[in-house]
Design a protein around this ligand. Structure first.
Ligand code: ATP
Ligand code: PAF
Ligand code: BAL
Length: 329
């Protein structure tokens, strides 16, 4: 089987770079037409080991072309946020994608996605979009969902991979796909961490040496919360707060315990502990699954959002094989 006439060039086993939505749409449609599956990994670039894990997992799917998008989306940054300063390292990113054997990268410019006059129709993330990160970053999730919906429409992937590091994002993307009857299967990937527990994030590049040492307290606080899980929600929050209070350089924005769908936490069962804080001038987020009450002693589901196995050897199977620093606690 061959591609339809006039399809932009696509070379197997090479990194094919596209900037225009119409090009990437034609190529992905042609790939689907010849029976290939597509997996999309949306990113804002400055690729690190967290992104690499998403890509590695996508590459485990059989008969699948992995597409990565790199786009720093202005629509999800608020006024006074770090859109201009956001780390950009395109040459390094392309090298990383080549090393990982990625065959397709979509690199639109702002105008390619939003036109000269910008978008006027955007997505409403619903009530959860105004909580937690949404309360701290008004408009963030509308901008994020709008660009994710565009990326899914342009590439029509069978699967799309998202990190649990941005847990609320993952929950909202899953909800969007369900509510809008999109056909892509959303796969959550557990957070990849440094040896001292700090969740990898492009924004870690902003941390001074001193801030970097303090930043590890976020994941330590999460770990303290997990250990208190058998004693219930209040004990979890107390334990996390106690650890953070020992670090005056950390300015807490929120420490919250929620259900795995980010509704209210259950008394007994799987919950999610989420932290946002400023370390020096850098804003960081992190979260972890927390089994509460009897579930804490009985072995709760440690990968609560990652239950969407993309295939037989998808995220769950791989979770079992991750290193302690990838698993966290
Ligand atoms: N440590 C990590 N482990 C697993 N996935 C991650 C990790 N860091 C980022 N991701 C995921 O990679 C995808 C692209 O994220 P993005 O390019 O914004 O990087 P980032 O490191 O999250 O940047 P930021 O500093 O903006 O938080 C998202 O789905 C995100 O959740
Ligand atoms: C999903 C995403 C690429 C949309 O811009 C971004 O929010 C991110 O990198 O997590
Ligand atoms: N990684 C989440 C994207 C953002 O902070 O805008």
């Amino acid at each position: 089987m061959t591609f339809p006439k006039n399809t932009p060039k696509f070379t197997r086993n090479e990194l094919n770079v596209y900037r225009r939505p119409s090009e990437v749409s034609q190529v992905t449609a042609a790939l689907r037409g010849v029976g290939r599956n597509l997996a999309l990994v949306p990113t804002m670039g400055a690729l690190h080991a967290g992104h690499r894990e998403l890509i590695r997992r996508a590459k485990r799917l059989p008969n699948t072309i992995v597409a990565v998008s790199i786009f720093v989306n202005p629509l999800q940054f608020g006024e006074g946020e770090d859109f201009e300063a956001y780390p950009r390292s395109l040459d390094h990113d392309l090298e990383t994608l080549r090393e990982l054997g990625v065959e397709l990268v979509f690199l639109p410019e702002v105008e390619d996605l939003y036109g000269r006059s910008g978008v006027t129709v955007t997505l409403d993330p619903g009530p959860l979009g105004g909580e937690l990160e949404g309360e701290m970053r008004p408009g963030h999730f509308s901008g994020m969902l709008t660009v994710v919906a565009k990326l899914l429409n342009i590439t029509r992937p069978h699967y799309a991979f998202f990190g649990e590091k941005d847990y609320q994002q993952l929950v909202l993307v899953k909800r969007m796909v369900e509510d809008l009857n999109l056909e892509t299967r959303i796969v959550g990937v557990p957070t990849v961490r440094e040896d001292d527990g700090l969740a990898l994030s492009s924004r870690n590049a902003y941390l001074s040496e001193e801030d970097r040492r303090g930043a590890a307290a976020l994941s330590t606080a999460l770990g303290m919360g997990v250990h208190a899980g058998a004693d219930g929600a209040e004990a979890v929050l107390d334990a996390a707060h106690r650890e953070l209070a020992a670090h005056p350089e950390i300015e807490i924005e929120y420490v919250e315990l929620r259900g795995t769908d980010l509704g209210p936490a259950p008394v007994d069962g799987d919950a999610r502990l989420l932290i946002a804080a400023k370390v020096g001038r850098t804003r960081l987020i992190d979260n972890t699954p927390v089994p509460l009450g009897a579930a804490a002693t009985g072995g709760g589901d440690q990968d609560a959002v990652g239950d969407d196995d993309a295939a037989g050897d998808g995220p769950k199977a791989a979770t079992a094989g991750t290193t302690p620093s990838q698993q966290g606690y």
